[in-house]
Design a protein around this ligand. Sequence first.
Ligand SMILES: [Zn+2]
Length: 460
Amino acid sequence: MILLFIAKIRYFILFFTKDKKICTLVYYLNLKSPIMKKYLSLVILFICTSIIAQDTYLHCGKIIDTERGEVLKKKTIIVSSDKIIAIKNGYVTSSNPLDIVIDLKSKTVMPGLIDLHVHIESEYNPQKYMNAFTANDADLAFSSLKFAEITLMAGFTTVRDLGGSGVNISLRNAIAKGEVVGPRIFTAGKAIGTTGGHADPTNGWKNSLKGDPGPKEGVINSVDDAKKAVRQRYKDGADNIKITATGGVMSIAKNGQNPQFTLEEIKSICDTAKDYGMIIAAHAHGDEGIQRAIIGGVTTIEHGTLMSDKSMELMKEYGTYYVPTITAGKEVAAKAKIKGYYDELVVPKALAIGPKIQATFKKAYKAGVKIAFGSDAGVYPHGINGKEFGYMNEVGMPVMECIQSATITNALILSMENDLGKIKEGFIADIVATEDNPIDNISTMENVVFVMKEGVVYKN
Ligand SMILES: [Zn+2]
């Protein structure tokens, strides 16, 4: 409701917002011209009506129903505040002139996408190792803003961030408060590794600088260290835990696949994390490390490059999810061919491990391993996360299942299955749309044209 009081030279506009707050807008006018006065009043009225607009009606040509695995046609999604309040047949409008209608009749609409493996605060470039010595947290924080925005604009309204400096925790908070634009973040804070392991932050440094990082910095060497590292992350404000169960491609170290934790250390991490309600992601390329991680109790295996048939059976037995990150493998293998792009210790690992992930994914999918969606964006440029859909589909996963992995499956892993991953009454209004129907053209997932997060339109 708007009330407009016009005093001699002073305009008062009262309006009532949805949470029943009364807002007042006052401005002084010394204009003589009645035309100018009228014009300014209209501008202010327009601003007010924008602020107090009630609901949003999305007219959707097609909707991907991730729950039933169907494509629905000609529907209206009604969004009020940050929630989906109804889905109606046909193109419905309301009698309230303040409601907004958005025309998505030519688009395919789906729930906001979820990526379970990104590194949101950074992006690899050949200078990245130098950043450890030159970049302050504030520098990282400022550059992370564009990565967060790019990710959201690519249709990923939620991400699990698997390791950074701690800036990722602050970025999550700033986005949640609405101070900056980006996806909803569930972050691991700083990843946990062992001395000289993939997540030891001092790998490749000269001896006088290496020091002896411990559980606080994410480096453990015993069952007790393992507990302390998890509890430290809880204290730091992390949402989940990331371990580097084997060597990795991007660290300055020889071996990209050796097991780097004992089974007891992994068990200690997982048991402690579960006490704090945290899920555990294990980066793992080599098979021995993959098996220890599964038996130790991790929630997801990341990359899983050299996974054996036995490991696939173990994953099914333990209910472990596989997050393949095929895009990372391909991107890293391609860049390794550019002379000087990576350290000389990284190049042979990137060439050997990178191209194998897609074939492993194909086998694991066929074997019935549970598949979750994750791209590892940040190891390569943010915003191309959607490429992963095409790579999954290319080797046998139907398009609908690819989309389900990035919506309902990932929501379930994050314990957000009653809020995210579906276009359904009562769910959070995270809604995206593509130009084409991905069932006919999966590459359209790389070109999201509409993004709504928590009822706010960020891209249209
Ligand atoms: Zn990663």
